[in-house]
Design a protein around this ligand. Structure first.
Ligand code: CMP
Length: 227
């Protein structure tokens, strides 16, 4: 059990360069947790209990208005981490994190995370790099919400989804598990009904092919420059 855990933690981008003995020590105190689809892993404003590293599945990071309207800020998948912000700024959780698919994640204790951060500049550098990337994506999302019409936002959403979570099939196509229409709507600031209608439009224009729970995009769209 501990060996498998050590191997998995070593694959997580943040801890990839740790020595085996350090990974083993981390694995010893980390807790493996499983979440069903739609299960709340933690809610915004809760006190922080640790950093999570995703083994498999996918989570959504979201905030809700007083009226219950949800805005999805990001989706995160295998080897990515979440829950670092409240540990770094010593505040409560900045957003809720909910399993979008059945998800397994390791919870790393706050004191282990803080110790590793102090001892390893590579971890601190990787963390800063990832935070910069997330800030860039948040800026792009803000720009998209403010400047694109809903068709443009939906097209950009699918491209980003394929870039971040897609699997290149090797035949010119990328496959990605499609979130629910409601989750897509909550990511691009529109209604579920509008998403349902516009997905059919994208499909008729040949930009996306939908089969069951999967969507397929041409691999070429991944290398299109981001506007
Ligand atoms: P924390 O504030 O502890 O709990 C919520 C987590 O969601 C946060 O740490 C980050 O890991 C993650 N998070 C918050 N905002 C974003 C964002 N804009 N993009 C990606 N992840 C985020």
């Amino acid at each position: 059990m501990c060996a498998a855990l050590t191997e998995l933690l070593g694959k997580a981008s943040l801890f990839g360069e740790l020595e085996l003995v350090e990974l083993e020590a981390l694995a010893h105190t980390a807790e493996l947790r499983e979440f069903a689809r739609d299960e709340v892993i933690f809610a915004a404003h809760e006190p922080a209990d640790g950093l999570y590293v995703i083994v498999n599945g996918r989570v959504k990071v979201c905030v809700s208005s007083a009226g219950g309207k949800e805005l999805i800020l990001a989706t995160l998948g295998p080897a990515q981490f979440f829950g670092e912000m409240a540990l770094l700024d010593d505040a409560t959780r900045s957003a809720s994190v909910i399993a979008q698919l059945p998800t397994t994640a390791y919870r790393i204790r706050r004191d282990d995370f803080e110790r590793l951060l102090e001892q390893h500049t590579t971890i601190a550098r990787k963390l800063l790099r990832e935070l910069s990337l997330r800030l860039r994506r948040a800026n792009a999302q803000m720009e998209s919400l403010a400047t694109l019409d809903v068709v443009g936002r939906l097209a950009r959403y699918f491209i980003d989804l394929a870039r971040q979570h897609g699997q290149i099939l090797g035949n010119g196509w990328v496959a990605v598990r499609r979130p629910t229409h409601q989750d897509i709507a909550n990511s691009i600031g529109t209604s579920r009904e509008t998403v349902t209608r516009l997905i059919n439009d994208l499909e008729q224009r040949g930009l996306v092919v939908n089969e069951g729970k999967m969507s397929y995009l041409r691999e070429a769209v991944l290398s299109e420059t981001e506007e």
